[in-house]
Design a protein around this ligand. Structure first.
Ligand code: MN
Length: 190
């Protein structure tokens, strides 16, 4: 059975950028809900003992949706920190400069992708099969690993991620997201 991973920060630690109320609902209700749902759906199926990566690569329907959402949310929440490294360094910084021109150019393109994703989904920074960085958008629970891409960071743009804090202003949420994104975690994943 899957468990909700404990966050490495307090629920109010990301304020004023992401409120305790948002973490209480987004992590405590939505993320927990996906964990509960996938645990209810897998018994008696081929995914009963599968890990989340296998579910992401092979499952369909409710098992895929809930299993991928567990993974996506864990990846999202663990990329955030109340004391983040505010810019990438080393090889990741070099790759961002090579593939986007500059960190600012990357952030602008990523923010546009997040803002223009229609409906619910996720904006991602990924590494493709050729080792090049790309920005991709996925709908609903979809995860880029299914397309052979390696995720480095993600921004949840489902309305439940920001509506309590900024209502319909998704671009404001993305600007707040940069303030708590920990580039040290992204470097580690790269
Ligand atoms: Mn979410």
């Amino acid at each position: 059975m899957f468990e909700l991973p404990k966050l490495p920060y307090a629920q109010d630690a990301l304020e004023p950028y992401i409120s305790a109320k948002t973490i209480e609902f987004h992590y405590g209700k939505h993320h927990q809900g996906y964990v509960n749902n996938v645990n209810k759906l897998i018994p008696g199926t081929e995914f009963e003992n599968a890990d989340l990566e296998t579910i992401i690569m092979k499952a369909e329907g409710g098992i895929f949706n809930n299993g991928a959402q567990v993974w996506n949310h864990t990846f999202y929440f663990f990329g955030l920190s109340p004391d983040p490294k505010t810019t990438p360094g080393g090889k990741l910084a070099e790759a961002i400069n090579r593939d986007f021109g500059s960190l600012d150019a990357f952030k602008e393109q990523f923010a546009t992708a997040a803002a223009t994703l229609f409906g619910s989904g996720w904006a991602w920074l990924v590494v493709n099969a050729e080792g090049k960085l790309e920005i991709v958008k996925t709908s609903n629970a979809a995860n880029p690993m299914r397309d052979g891409l390696k995720p480095l960071l993600t921004c949840d743009v489902w309305e439940h991620a920001y509506y309590l804090d900024v209502q319909n202003k998704r671009p404001d949420y993305v600007q707040n997201f940069w303030k708590v994104l920990d580039w040290a975690v992204v470097e580690e994943r790269f």
